[in-house]
Design a protein around this ligand. Structure first.
Ligand SMILES: [Zn+2]
Length: 394
């Protein structure tokens, strides 16, 4: 496997700076990374030799000799893979993590790792066919379950039967021929928000994904906090009611059992069948199934049952978040994932619950907002995770 990484921390710092801020003149770069002109020249020569940076013309004069512009090599490619419980998103980015191409398809992770990874690799093949670049310098994949980060294997993921201890990272790495990292999907989405989303200028925040399941990415000092074994932020399995419904994890009354996408669909179908909601019954008759999006549509149409489901769910999520706010004191909470598509009705409930249950000092300057990256958060975050790894000293 061709592994291209910088030799030392100075080179790593140069690469991260060029990734985050774009092309810079040599003079500016030297100032930013605090290297002498000769030291910088040595490090850049090495990075150029590795094929990671290149020169792109001359900068405007600052007085004296004009300085050349340095940028991440245009051919640099990262691959971001975001496997959700019911969909997959894959994107190829350049070295500044701009999305060059992106595919998304519905997919059921319960088909097992061989099938799902096979589909992922097929989609990668399609994207690669359209690209001029020779290959990826790195890749990362997010999966919707707990991951032992160091080994890149899922551990007893409730939404992914058959994936327990499957060597996801090794399998992808063998096929892609580049370094691969595997993480929980919520963590990569949080990184995406940090890199290109609404959390760009915030170093301490929570990203809450409400998809089929519910999880929380914890960003501390600009880095994802994963805990000792990788399960930090698994808030979907916090118990909110002793007498609640049975959860996919086997316990009862988990937050996710009340209000993930799967729980919403279950409750919506039950309401439609029981004759409680004409609107949901109509939508069920039309497509034979109901999703969180149908509940959103019914709610927008004024259906009281759908409105009630969103209200109750938002309140329960808010109740858990209020606890997290007291504990963590974040600067921002970003809500994303498929169910977040319900939008402002849900956001209003969550805000109401959090603001009324937290101390003013914690919430005085803490916005709760919807993700603006949508389904791109995961793939951009995966590319960011991979680039943090590749752009670090070996
Ligand atoms: Zn649970």
């Amino acid at each position: 496997m061709a592994v291209i990484r910088p030799d030392n921390v100075r080179q790593a710092r140069i690469l991260r700076l060029l990734r985050d801020d774009g092309p810079r003149s040599r003079a500016e770069l030297g100032d930013a990374v605090e290297l002498s002109r000769s030291r910088l020249a040595v490090e850049l020569e090495r990075l150029d030799h590795l094929g990671l940076v290149e020169t792109a013309g001359l900068a405007a004069s600052r007085g004296g000799r004009r300085s050349s512009i340095v940028q991440i090599a245009r051919q640099t490619r990262f691959l971001g893979i975001d496997i959700g419980a019911t969909s997959i998103d894959i994107a190829v980015t350049d070295g500044e993590l701009r999305v060059l191409s992106h595919v998304a398809e519905p997919l059921d992770t319960r088909q097992g790792p061989e099938v799902v990874i096979g589909i992922a690799l097929q989609l990668v093949g399609k994207l690669r066919a359209d690209d001029v670049s020779p290959g990826f310098v790195g890749a990362a994949a997010g999966v919707p379950g707990p991951v032992r980060f160091r080994e890149g294997v899922p551990v007893s993921p409730p939404l992914m039967p058959g994936w327990n201890h499957f060597p996801v990272r090794e399998t992808f790495a063998a096929e892609l021929g580049c370094p691969v990292l595997v993480d929980n999907d919520v963590n990569i989405m949080a990184l995406g928000e940090k890199h290109a989303g609404i959390a760009k200028s915030v170093d301490d925040f929570l990203f809450v994904k409400i998809g089929t399941g519910i999880g929380c990415g914890i960003v501390v000092g600009g880095e994802v906090y994963r805990g000792i074994s990788g399960s930090a932020g698994d808030i979907g399995h916090i118990r909110v009611d002793d007498n609640g419904p049975i959860c996919t994890c086997g316990n009862a009354g988990c937050l996710e059992a009340f209000f993930g996408g799967a729980a919403l669909a279950r409750d919506a179908v039950a309401a439609a069948r029981a004759g409680a909601s004409e609107e949901l019954a109509r939508l069920l008759a039309r497509s034979g199934t109901l999703t969180a999006a149908d509940v959103a549509a019914a709610s927008t149409a004024g259906d009281p049952v759908a409105v009630g489901m969103i209200r109750d769910g938002g309140r329960r999520v808010g109740q858990v978040l209020a606890g997290l706010v007291s504990f963590f004191n974040p600067g921002l909470i970003v809500i994303g994932g498929g169910v977040a598509g319900i939008g402002h009705a849900l956001l209003a409930e969550i805000r109401g619950a959090v603001y009324s249950r937290s101390l003013p000092l914690a919430t005085g300057n803490m916005p709760i907002v919807l993700s603006e990256l949508g389904d791109r958060a995961g793939v951009i975050g995966a590319a960011r995770l991979s680039s943090d790894h590749v752009f670090s000293a070996r």
